[in-house]
Ligand binder design. Structure first.
Ligand code: AHR
Length: 316
C-alpha cells in the first residue's frame, strides 16, 4: 500500500525506472475492464494504458470478457494485492455492493469509469467519470424527430440494444424513447440486444429483417452493432442509409467512415479517451484530495458532412 509521506521521509527507493521516482512512490492502479467487445472499448483500453504510462502509474489490467463474475474476481484480486486505487467500468449496473464494501473495508478507493452502478451507498466509490448515456440517447432521438418531421405515415424503428442490464443500454434507450415520445408515428417495432458487438448486431438485424419487411430506421446503441447490421441489410439487398436510415452511438473510426460513405446517417459521440482524466483522479484520491462526485465527458454529434471533415484527424 502506498504511504507517500512515510516513504518520502525514509528516502525509500528500489531503483525502478520509468516514473522518474522510486517504485515505492509509484501509485498502483488496478483496472478491471469490461472486455474487448467494440472499437470503443479498444480505444478506451489504449487510452488507459498509455495514460498510466505517461502519468508514471503502475497499471494492473484485466479483461473480464463481458462477464461480471470475472470483473468481481479481478477486483478481489486487486484488494488482495493491496493496490493503491481500483478503477473499473462495470459491465452491468447491479450486484456490486459486496465487492465495493470489501474494497472500502480495505481502505482502497474505487473510481467508476465509463459506466455507473446502482448501489444506493454512494460512499462505496469516490467518483463516476464518464458520459451521460441518457443525453446520448436523447440526441439520437432528437435527430430522428427532426429528420422525420415531413413523414406522412408511420416511421418503423428497429433498436439494437447494448448489453442487457448495462448502464449505456438502459440509459440510451431511456433517452431515445423520451425524445421521440411526443411523435406517435415514430414506432419502435423491434428491440433486442446485440451485446455491443458487430457479430451480435449482424445476427439480430438478420432476424429483424426476416420478421419485419417495413423497417425504416435502425437505432443501434453503438457503432459496432450498426456496422454488423449494415452487413445484414446489404445481404438482404437493401441500401443502408437510404432504404433503412441508421443512427448509432460512439463515433469510432469505422463508424465515422460508414457515416462519411453514406451508410450511416447520424452518430452521437461517446468519448472513450478517459485515460488522462482517470489518472488525474487516481492521483488525487490516493493523495486524499476530494474529487467531484460526477465527472462528465464532453461529447458532440456528427452528420455525414461533419464525419467527412473530422475523419482525417480522428484519434480513434
Ligand atoms: O460503455 C460504453 C459503451 O460500451 C460503448 O458505447 C460501446 O461501444 C461499448 O462497448
Amino acid at each position: 500500500m502506498l504511504a507517500l509521506s512515510l516513504l518520502a521521509a525514509c528516502g525509500s527507493s528500489d531503483g525502478d525506472s520509468g516514473s522518474g521516482g522510486s517504485t515505492s512512490d509509484k501509485i498502483t492502479l488496478g483496472f478491471a475492464q469490461v472486455g474487448a467487445e467494440s472499437g470503443w472499448r479498444t480505444a478506451n483500453t489504449k487510452s488507459i494504458q498509455a495514460s498510466a504510462k505517461d502519468a508514471g502509474i503502475t497499471l494492473k489490467f484485466s479483461d473480464a470478457q463481458q462477464k461480471q463474475a470475472n470483473q468481481i474476481s479481478s477486483i478481489r484480486s486487486y484488494i488482495q494485492q493491496k493496490v493503491d486505487v481500483i478503477a473499473f467500468s462495470p459491465v452491468v449496473v447491479s450486484g456490486w455492493d459486496n465487492v465495493l464494501k470489501e474494497a472500502k473495508d480495505a481502505n482502497i478507493p474505487v473510481i467508476l469509469t465509463d459506466r455507473a452502478v446502482d448501489s444506493k451507498d454512494t460512499t462505496l466509490y469516490k467518483t463516476f467519470l464518464g458520459s451521460d448515456f441518457v443525453k446520448e440517447g436523447t440526441k439520437a432521438g432528437e435527430w430522428l424527430v427532426k429528420d422525420s418531421a415531413s413523414a406522412s405515415g408511420d416511421v418503423n424503428i428497429a433498436e439494437l440494444q447494448g448489453t442487457t442490464g448495462s448502464a449505456p443500454a438502459i440509459d440510451r434507450q431511456k433517452g431515445f424513447k423520451a425524445a421521440i415520445a411526443a411523435n406517435p408515428n415514430l414506432k419502435i417495432i423491434a428491440s433486442q440486444t446485440g451485446d455491443f458487438t458487430r457479430a451480435g448486431g449482424k445476427q439480430v438485424m438478420e432476424a429483424f429483417l426476416k420478421a419485419h419487411k417495413n423497417i425504416n430506421v435502425l437505432f443501434a446503441h453503438n457503432d459496432d452493432m450498426g456496422l454488423g447490421a449494415i452487413e445484414a441489410i446489404e445481404a438482404a439487398g437493401l441500401t443502408p442509409g437510404k432504404d433503412i436510415k441508421i443512427i448509432t452511438i460512439d463515433a469510432v473510426h469505422d463508424g465515422m467512415q460508414a457515416l462519411s460513405d453514406g451508410k450511416i446517417n447520424y452518430i452521437v459521440e461517446c468519448n472513450p479517451l478517459l485515460g488522462p482524466q482517470l489518472m488525474d483522479v487516481a492521483k488525487k484520491v490516493v493523495a486524499g484530495e476530494s474529487v467531484p462526485a460526477r465527472i462528465e465527458t464532453e461529447e458532440t454529434t456528427f452528420d455525414q458532412a461533419q464525419a467527412k471533415a473530422a475523419l482525417p484527424t480522428r484519434e480513434y
